[in-house]
Design a protein around this ligand. Structure first.
Ligand code: IMP
Ligand code: MG
Length: 180
């Protein structure tokens, strides 16, 4: 029997247990420790979803690095542009710096595409992408994901930072929605 949890009105069952998440993060950190050593990069975690992943990963980084957190905020643009998403929270100069974006999940890829476009304007030396989760069946954007934790099916998932209407982020395992 898989471990189940109820969040608000929905039922979820474990799909990636904490032990697997931690083992994978260990491997991802090892790759970064090899690839980015000596580049003094800045990690940029995308809030809210990536906070737990960023925390666990960053503890395992053994080279000099900085970390900061960004958020994509929506605001209403003019009637022609509709909702505009703007990157907020970038309070350090990344010009000429190596940047590693930390995402919780890449679904359609629209969020990430927006983030990369806006960050590129600050002229960093390079941008690498690390995402804990990736839904290959959904992603339509042509984005190079440099590091992927797990490729997952097109199901709704929560836990380990990911939420359902704001809840479920505190779960240490990742859970998939049970469709009844
Ligand atoms: P995208 O722009 O479609 O790639 O989706 C980006 C954001 O949607 C992610 O950073 C998550 O915050 C959220 N998201 C996408 N899929 C899921 C999911 O299965 N569960 C919870 N949040 C999700
Ligand atoms: Mg997110």
């Amino acid at each position: 029997m898989k471990k189940k949890v109820r969040v608000l009105d929905k039922e979820f069952e474990v799909s990636i247990p904490s032990s697997m998440i931690q083992a994978r993060i260990e491997e991802l950190a090892k790759e970064l420790n090899k690839d980015m050593k000596g580049t003094r990069p800045v990690f940029l975690g995308i809030l809210n979803g990536s906070f737990m992943f960023a925390s666990d990963l960053f503890k395992k980084i053994n080279f000099e690095a900085q970390i900061s957190f960004l958020k994509l905020a929506s605001y209403q643009g003019t009637s022609t542009t509709g909702t505009v998403k703007q990157l907020i929270g970038l309070n350090q100069d990344i010009e000429g710096q190596h940047v590693i974006i930390l995402e919780d999940i890449v679904d359609t890829g629209i969020t990430l595409e927006t983030i990369i476009r806006q960050l590129s304007g600050y002229q960093p030396a390079s941008i690498k992408i690390m995402t804990l989760l990736y839904k290959p069946e959904v992603c339509k954007q042509d984005i190079k994901l440099d590091y992927i934790g797990f490729s997952v099916p097109n199901d709704f998932i929560i836990g380990y930072g990911l939420d359902y209407n704001g809840f479920g982020r505190n779960l240490e395992d990742i859970y998939t929605l049970v469709v009844s």
